[in-house]
Ligand binder design. Structure first.
Ligand SMILES: NC(=O)C1=CN([C@@H]2O[C@H](COP(=O)(O)OP(=O)(O)OC[C@H]3O[C@@H](n4cnc5c(N)ncnc54)[C@H](O)[C@@H]3O)[C@@H](O)[C@H]2O)C=CC1
Ligand SMILES: O=C(CO)COP(=O)(O)O
Length: 326
């Protein structure tokens, strides 16, 4: 793996470009915004999405998607809802794609590896996911992720091309499991933010993390994920990170909801993506269709539709406790 392209110049795409460059790969980053392209090429900084972090001067940025054609692997890091459109425009189908976004396509209810397979039938696909705030990864702080690929030799090649002591990559062949953990935890992070915004205390937050993990596991297992994947870096690991820090956009969105601001107000004009806001409605829908009980996800879905915090909380707290376990 000599040349790597990163598709998406947001915070996470930029941090992953930094990882690839540090691993010695010739790194090309495709970004939608010309300001991002110019900032990276001229000042080695992404002032729009990852300000204040100096980037490896070897990273080159482009606004021309055709330029990624001669790369050996693509890290796909667009917001989940835009992935299909971008991959349909991408120049080749035989280049391995490492999907690094977290979400479920709202319209069709598909996981992102399914979206990638439809956009380019037969394309080799892997998923990279885990507890990874972009600003920490871009600064080279120690981080561990899961890279899942059904084709284990492809997984090994991709890991070898990106791994380094401060970016530990664990192997898995559970692609759906790695995706589901990352998608569901964003919704649960919104719920934990509401707890903070409403001043409900740390006991309540821990309860939500544990019961949220039970929801993630119920949903994941029903969709074919393995329990050990959900209990690993891409599931529980990322759930704990995102549910306990205002560095999370999802958690921060929840804080605003808990303070009584409306979702419409909080989502208006935002430039960065809080994926949980798009995942919650489709996740609630998929769970309902399959008869999977996900009360915390339903509560977040209701809050995003501007339900009152007090009535949503009352409904959650008045549920009869069930037998613990999944
Ligand atoms: N920021 C983080 O720490 C992490 C983010 N992720 C995931 O990475 C994905 C991308 O998130 P970030 O890099 O944080 O984004 P960001 O919030 O920093 O930036 C927004 C991104 O959306 C892109 N965008 C807006 N409209 C678009 C369109 N029509 N077509 C294509 N792209 C468009 C922008 O170009 C920009 O790259 C998300 O799925 C997120 O959940 C995963 C791990 C960590
Ligand atoms: O996925 C993330 C950390 O692993 C980033 O979380 P937010 O999108 O909530 O900021």
């Amino acid at each position: 793996m000599k040349r790597v392209a990163v598709i998406g110049g947001g915070a996470w795409g930029t941090a992953l470009a930094q990882v690839a460059a540090k691993a010695g790969r010739d790194t090309l980053l495709w970004a939608l915004e010309s300001d991002v392209v110019d900032g990276i090429n001229e000042s080695h900084e992404n002032g729009l999405f990852l300000p204040g972090i100096p980037l490896d001067p070897a990273i080159r940025a482009t606004g021309d998607l055709d330029e990624i054609a001669d790369c050996d692997a693509w890290l796909v890091v667009t917001p989940a809802q835009h992935m299909r459109a971008v991959l349909e425009r991408a120049p080749r189908c035989d280049v391995p794609r490492i999907l690094c976004s977290k979400g479920i396509e709202e319209h069709r209810g598909e996981l992102l590896h399914q979206v990638a397979a439809e956009a380019c039938p037969g394309a080799p696909v892997a998923v990279l996911s885990g507890p990874t705030f972009a600003h920490e990864v871009a600064k080279g702080l120690p981080t561990a992720v899961t890279l899942a690929a059904e084709d284990e030799s492809l997984g090994a090649r991709l890991r070898a091309g990106l791994a380094q002591p401060t970016f530990r990559i664990y192997a898995s062949n559970d692609v759906a499991g790695a995706e589901i953990g990352g998608a569901v935890k964003n919704v649960l992070a919104i719920a934990c933010g509401v707890v903070e915004g409403r001043g409900l205390g740390q006991n309540a937050r821990s309860a939500l993390i544990a019961r949220g993990f039970a929801e993630m596991t119920r949903f994941g297992v029903a969709m074919g994920a393995r329990r050990e994947t959900l209990a690993g870096l891409s599931g529980l690991g990322d759930l704990v990170l995102t549910c306990s820090s205002t560095s999370s956009r999802n958690y921060s969105l929840g804080v605003g909801l808990g303070q009584g601001k409306s979702a419409t107000e909080l989502m208006a004009d935002r430039r960065t993506v809080a994926e949980g806001a798009f995942t919650a409605p489709v996740l609630a829908r998929l769970a309902k269709q399959r008869g999977i009980d996900m009360p915390i996800v339903d509560a977040v879905d209701a809050l995003l539709k501007d339900a009152r915090v007090d009535s949503v909380l009352e409904a959650l707290l008045s549920r009869p406790p069930r037998v613990e376990g999944v």
